[in-house]
Design a protein. Structure first.
Length: 278
């Protein structure tokens, strides 16, 4: 006879995710929901685009109208107020401006921005005008921005070939109004993956094992959602980054090896987060 043991786990916090849908389940909203849920929190969503994709590439992108994205954000948060917001794929100037207006209305202080610009397979997900608005307006509104190296190069107009270049680019983003910057170093050729956290007061390096695998689809989405979850539970931004990087690293190392291209990681690993109480 099969015996099932049930656990009554208490939800620790509430996260609103503003991002695009990935039909393959490895990245986007799907990865975000899996991450937030695995870490013991409650995920709400505002879908910005619907993509048809698999591990080998993106077939199509269907944008959601900007006014409908705003409705999702404002109507959802009117009922259930999030502790933290995670922002991912914003594909057009009208969408970015609409999201900025909605953020101003709902007044949530903790916001993590993953500036999604290019899919793992190389497909561009955002245009030049959108990048300009993101640089000039949105990054000033968020608590943390988490670009990878290609994204950091675009945003900072700097070529990144070393750790020193990563720090220089991060400081450029601070000069544009960013409060905290985490540049992900996975694209640099090295034995370890080194991520750099920078603000006006400190620079921190996080070093982790590099896995020899193509199965890294959705790592950026997963990382930013994990940061948002840890941050919503009272951890500092620096500590949230450290814990989220460890979570993603373990998820890569235990990946399921699905698909013929850039496969997904394993979101079903978790941390026991102790939420700080006032």
């Amino acid at each position: 006879m099969l015996k099932i043991q049930l656990y009554n786990l208490k939800i620790k916090s509430k996260i609103l995710i503003i991002a695009g849908s990935d039909s393959s389940g490895g990245a986007g909203i799907q990865a975000d929901i899996k991450t937030v849920t695995s870490l013991g929190s409650y995920a709400m969503t505002a879908i910005t685009a619907v993509t048809s994709q698999n591990t080998t590439g993106v077939l199509s992108i269907v944008p959601i109208p900007a006014n409908e994205i705003s409705r999702q954000i404002e109507f959802t948060t009117k009922d259930i107020r999030p502790d933290t917001i995670k922002i991912g794929m914003l594909h057009s100037p009208s969408v970015i401006n609409s999201v900025i207006k909605s953020l101003k209305k709902i007044k949530v202080k903790k916001i993590i921005l993953d500036p999604v610009m290019v899919a793992k397979g190389g497909a561009k997900l955002i245009d030049k005008k959108s990048i300009k608005i993101l640089k000039n307006n949105l990054i000033k509104k968020v608590s943390l921005i988490t670009p990878n190296i290609p994204e950091a190069e675009i945003l900072s107009n700097t070529k990144i070939l070393s750790i020193e270049d990563m720090i220089f680019a991060a400081n450029r983003l601070l000069s544009l109004g960013a409060r905290n910057v985490l540049i992900k170093g996975g694209h640099l050729p090295s034995k370890l993956v080194i991520d750099i956290f920078v603000n006006k007061n400190e620079i921190a390096k996080f070093c982790n094992k590099r896995y020899n695998t193509n199965n890294t689809h959705g790592t950026g989405c997963t990382l930013s959602s994990a940061i948002a979850t840890f941050y919503s539970c009272g951890k500092t931004l620096k500590k949230s980054c450290e814990m989220a990087i460890n979570y993603v690293n373990h998820a890569i190392g235990t990946g399921p090896n699905f698909g013929k291209g850039h496969g997904p990681i394993n979101h079903l690993n978790t941390f026991n987060i102790k939420k700080k109480t006032k």
